[in-house]
Design a protein around this ligand. Structure first.
Ligand SMILES: O=C(O)CCC(=O)C(=O)O
Ligand SMILES: [Fe+2]
Length: 370
C-alpha cells in the first residue's frame, strides 16, 4: 500500500461500552457465502434471510468482507489525520460546495446544518468518485501522499462489498444476480460517496436544546450505505414497531442500510430505514469524539429511479413514485436535490406534534424525524 504508514498517527478506538441498552436485533450477512467469479452464487437461505431483514428492518450487519482489523483501523487513523492533521485554513480552502453543487466532496465544517436553531457539531471530509481524478483540487497537502491508498479502499468497497450486496438484492428481487450491478458499474458514471466524519461532543446546553439529537432522523439518498462499526453507542434506527433502538458495536463488522434509490427502484419493497445519531446513553462515552468511516454506494448517475418492471417482486408491490413514474429522477438528480435541501430549515411542514417534518423534494414527500 502506498502512503507512509509511520506518518499517520494511529487512532485508538474509544472504550467499548459494557452496558446494556435497547439494542436493535439485526440480522447478519456473511459476505463469504457470496461466491463465484462474478459473485453470482448466493445460497438460497441467505437470500431469504437477508431479503426478509431488508424488507422489514432495512438494516443488517455484514461480516467476512475480506478487510482485516488492521486495514479498518488504518482508515480510522486516516480519518483522524484528515481532521487533526489539516489546518483550519486548509479545511476552508478545500471546503465542499454543498449548496452550490449538491456534491459533498471536500470539507463540511461544523454548523453547516441547523437543528432547532442549534448548529451541528459534525465535521466531514467527503469524496465522491470523481475526487480521485482531481487530486490536487480536492485533497489538502497533508493527505496527498495517502490518495492511492484511500482510492484502493474505495475500489474495494465498490467492486467487492457493494457488488456482493447487489447480487444478494438482485436475487431477493428474483432478478438475475448481476442485474443491479449492471445499473451501478459504469465506470464513467460512478458517484459513490466516501466519508470520514468527526462528531464533536456538543455542549450540555446545545444537547439540551436538541434533546440529544446530533444528526436528525433521515433516510439516506443513495442505494446502499456501508458504515464501519465503531465503539461509541449513538446510532439509532427506527424499528418496524416504531421504537428507536441503538445499533450495537460489532468490531470490524459493517452496518449496512438501504437508501432512497434502492427503495424507489424496488417499488418500495426494500426499506430505506430512518436512522439518527444521538448523545451516547453510556455516560462514560459522552466525552469522546466519535469518528466515522462511511461508504455511500450509488447506482450509475443516469440510472432512473423507477420500479424495475422485470422483477416480479417489484411488480407485486404495485407501488409507483414520482407522478406514477412519469417524472422519475435519475440517481444523480435525486441525490443532488436532497443534498442541497438537507438541514437548511427549508420549506417544511410540521406534523405529528413536532415529531416529524415533511418536505417535498422532486414531487416526493421526504419526512425528517426529530
Ligand atoms: O454517524 C453514523 O453512525 C451514521 C451517519 C449517517 O447516518 C449519515 O451520515 O448518513
Ligand atoms: Fe444516514
Amino acid at each position: 500500500m502506498p502512503g507512509k504508514l509511520s506518518d499517520v498517527p494511529r487512532w485508538e478506538y474509544p472504550p467499548t461500552s459494557n452496558k446494556e441498552f435497547d439494542y436493535a436485533n439485526l440480522e447478519t450477512l456473511d459476505l463469504s457465502t457470496v461466491t463465484g467469479d462474478e459473485y453470482d452464487v448466493v445460497p438460497e437461505e441467505v437470500v431469504k434471510k437477508i431479503g426478509d431483514a431488508l424488507a422489514r428492518d432495512g438494516f443488517i450487519y455484514a461480516t467476512n468482507h475480506g478487510l482485516s482489523s488492521e486495514q479498518i483501523q488504518r482508515q480510522f487513523s486516516i480519518a483522524q489525520l484528515a481532521f487533526d492533521g489539516v489546518s483550519e485554513e486548509d479545511k476552508a480552502r478545500y471546503r465542499a460546495k454543498i449548496l452550490e453543487t449538491g456534491d459533498f466532496t471536500g470539507y463540511k465544517p461544523r454548523g453547516h446544518w441547523k437543528l432547532k436553531g442549534v448548529r451541528d457539531q459534525i465535521e466531514h471530509f467527503s469524496l465522491q468518485s470523481h475526487a480521485f481524478g482531481n487530486r490536487e483540487e480536492v485533497f489538502p497537502p497533508a493527505l496527498l501522499p495517502l490518495v492511492d491508498e484511500i482510492e484502493a479502499f474505495n475500489r474495494y468497497n465498490h467492486d467487492h462489498i457493494f457488488r456482493k450486496i447487489l447480487s444478494v438484492l438482485s436475487l431477493v428481487l428474483k432478478l438475475p444476480p448481476n442485474y443491479l450491478w449492471n445499473l451501478a458499474s459504469k465506470e464513467d458514471e460512478r458517484f459513490d460517496l466516501f466519508r470520514y466524519a468527526l462528531y464533536h461532543p456538543p455542549s450540555p446546553d446545545e444537547d439540551a436544546k436538541t434533546d440529544g439529537v446530533r444528526l436528525q432522523g433521515h433516510t439516506d439518498f443513495n442505494a446502499v450505505s456501508l458504515l464501519y462499526s465503531q465503539p461509541i453507542v449513538s446510532l439509532q434506527v427506527l424499528m418496524p414497531d416504531n421504537v428507536w433502538r441503538y445499533v450495537r458495536h460489532v468490531p470490524d463488522a459493517l452496518v449496512i442500510n438501504l437508501g432512497d434509490a434502492m427503495h424507489f427502484i424496488s417499488g418500495g419493497y426494500l426499506k430505506p430505514t430512518i436512522h439518527r445519531v444521538v448523545s451516547p446513553p453510556d455516560p462514560d462515552q459522552v466525552p469522546y469524539r466519535r469518528l466515522g468511516v462511511f461508504y455511500f454506494a450509488q447506482f450509475n448517475r443516469t440510472t432512473r429511479l423507477a420500479p424495475i418492471a422485470d422483477s416480479p417482486v417489484v411488480r407485486s408491490t404495485g407501488k409507483t413514485f414520482f407522478d406514477d413514474g412519469r417524472k422519475s429522477p435519475t440517481a444523480w438528480e435525486w441525490e443532488c436535490s436532497r443534498v442541497k435541501a438537507y438541514g437548511q430549515d427549508g420549506q417544511k411542514k410540521v406534523i405529528d406534534g413536532g415529531h416529524e417534518e415533511e418536505e417535498m423534494i422532486g414531487g416526493e414527500k421526504v419526512v425528517h424525524y426529530n
